[in-house]
Design a protein. Structure first.
Length: 585
């Protein structure tokens, strides 16, 4: 008898699907690309790429206002895309589909409208502990302008909502419940139909963040019963910069416009403006016409595969990934909900490897996945971890890629375990034996930051590609004294860093106009950055520190990607901390 997986394989040809995505044939660092960051954005099939190109080659014109043929053709294609979305999510009518720039803008549109016209002092908004920042911050802004209060549904250690606590939070004061359909950081699938029904019993509206859901499962907004549903095109194999807000007509008519300008007006005088009917009321300005057409092509593509078959295939794949990753010694999966989707997040604890270091090591082997807090800092705090490494799967991923991920992880962990083994002499060192030992603040490495910068530049200019420069940063890390545990006890974490970074600054005891600092981090690449910052700035005058152009320096040595990727490594946050303290001297 054939196994369920074998039966599925007959009806779902993943290799045929992979052939539709040109980028999957490319290599990364000389290895076949294993792309496992689909929760951030999916790759695009040729059909979507062709649809956008075809629009620009044969249909490009502005919409809704032109009487000439080309404008009419563009308008028809744009509105056909709206119709495709409405059918895709089973909206009651096309006018309930509002095109936005993405999930984030859709939530902000609703939150701003509620803050201006619905919420009042003492009202309550409910979100969950697993929400993306995009479904937290807009509601906090709405609370600030209205006097409403934000309430949070707690979660279990397994990453499941405490529905009993949710029931206790609901009351006549509840005006909005905003929840994710599928958690981007845990993979938890929430029972949005039940959540919606419970909210409606108390007269509250419901918004569902479907960004992580729509590419993997069928979506029926009428069956869910929600008042609003938001998602992004780029997580559905479509273009970036394009999203969808579904809203029930009665709500969309009640809420005020989000932005003013062309296409959202009916009449304008200097005394009064009246607004266009739905959906134009919420679509001010020239929209992303090509993006909407590309989204329609993406919807056609996934529907051609059959979302029911996609869901079955991906469930088998994710179950296999959980099984393979859970078997790796030293690795712990974060979030083990009974009903989970396309995301598996994990940490390596034995030996501890910072997610940033792990992600960079995986990248060198051609494995692309996400590291960090995934825009879910409150969730990371709830789980008592700074960050995770996240593998997120799509329709084109395979068991072979899961095997490759597991194999590379085992090797990285094994290599790291050997490198961090402590000799008996190291174990008896004063710094380890006496955590209270005095910290040594580095003095000036040169006469000025500019002189030190020239010396560092000579090192990097001798190196070749960015990989060699990255290795140099890791070599710098080996030269930085280990003060992490002690600094963690003495000071607060530097905000804005993906890695855990702790820093203490002080005026030099012998020269109050000079700044000294010591810092450490749990990620090796960040420790390398700290070493370089100490070389540049520690012991230098405040005047010279503030005059030094760090952006120009990192561009000069070819490491500007470390500076601009602040969310990944926090270099910008550390530099800002140093400059802030220098200004006080």
């Amino acid at each position: 008898m054939a196994t369920p997986t074998a039966i599925l394989a007959k009806s779902f040809d993943v290799e045929k699907v992979r052939a539709d995505f040109p980028i999957l044939a490319t290599k990364s660092h000389g290895h076949p690309l294993v792309y496992l960051d689909n929760g951030a954005t999916t790759q695009k099939p040729q059909a979507v790429i062709d649809a956008e190109v075809r629009y620009y080659e044969t249909q490009n014109a502005n919409i809704h206002r032109g009487v000439y043929e080309l404008s009419q053709a563009a308008t028809m294609a744009y509105e056909a895309a709206r119709h495709a979305v409405a059918q895709f999510i089973n909206a009651r009518e096309d006018a309930e589909v509002i095109f936005t720039r993405g999930t984030t803008e859709g939530i902000n549109l609703v939150a701003a409208g509620f803050g201006r016209s619905v919420l009042k002092q003492g009202d309550e908004i409910i979100v969950t502990a697993m929400e993306h920042h995009s479904n937290i911050v807009p509601w906090q802004l709405a609370c600030e302008v209205s006097g409403a209060v934000l309430k949070v549904i707690p979660i279990t250690d397994a990453g499941e909502l405490r529905m009993d606590e949710y029931a206790k939070l609901l009351s006549t004061r509840t005006k909005m419940v905003a929840v994710t359909h599928l958690s981007n950081a845990l993979g938890t699938i929430n029972d949005v139909e039940k959540i919606t029904a419970m909210a409606h019993q108390h007269g509250a509206a419901v918004l569902i963040d479907g960004a992580q859901w729509v590419a993997h499962h069928e979506t029926d907004v009428q069956a869910i019963g929600c008042d609003f549903y938001v998602f992004s095109s780029h997580k559905l194999y479509g273009p970036t910069g394009q999203g969808v807000l579904y809203g029930k007509r009665q709500w969309l008519e009640k809420l005020p416009p989000y932005q003013g300008g062309g296409d959202m007006i009916e009449t304008v005088t200097f005394l009064k403006t009246t607004y266009a009917p739905l959906p134009n009321k919420f679509e001010a300005g020239t929209p992303n016409i090509a993006g909407a057409i590309g989204l329609a092509a993406a919807i056609d593509y996934v529907q051609s595969l059959g979302l029911a078959d996609v869901a079955k295939y991906e469930k088998d794949l994710v179950d296999y990934a959980v099984q393979k990753l859970a078997a790796i010694d030293g690795l712990r999966i974060i979030g083990m909900a009974r009903n989970r989707g396309s995301v598996v997040s994990f940490v390596v604890e034995n030996p501890p490897i910072a997610s940033l270091d792990l992600g960079m090591a995986l990248d060198r082997q051609g494995v692309a996945l996400r590291t960090g807090h995934h825009c879910c800092m409150p969730l990371m705090n709830r789980m008592n971890i700074p960050s995770t490494t996240r593998a997120s799967f799509a329709v084109y991923n395979t068991r072979a890629e899961v095997d490759e991920l597991a194999e590379v992880l085992r090797k990285i962990i094994s290599d790291h375990r050997r490198s961090v083994s402590i000799s008996p002499a190291q174990a008896m060192s004063p710094a380890l034996a006496k955590p209270q030992a005095a910290i040594q603040f580095p003095t000036a490495a040169g006469m000025s930051p500019d002189i030190v910068a020239d010396e560092l530049a000579e090192v990097f200019e001798f190196l070749g590609d960015k990989d060699a420069k990255g290795e140099q940063m890791l070599d710098f890390a080996k030269q930085l004294p280990h003060n992490f545990d002690l600094l963690k006890k003495l000071t607060e974490r530097v905000p804005g860093c993906q890695a855990q970074v702790y820093m203490i600054t002080r005026p030099s005891p012998n020269a109050p106009d000079r700044l000294e600092f010591v810092a450490d981090a749990d990620a090796e690449i960040v420790r390398g950055e700290i070493y370089m910052l100490q070389q540049l700035f520690s012991g230098q005058t405040a005047k010279d520190i503030l005059a030094f152009d760090t952006n120009a320096f990192f561009h000069r040595i070819g490491l500007e990607h470390f500076l601009t990727a602040q969310r990944r490594n926090g270099l910008g946050s550390m530099i800002e901390r140093i400059r802030t303290h220098a200004k006080k001297l």
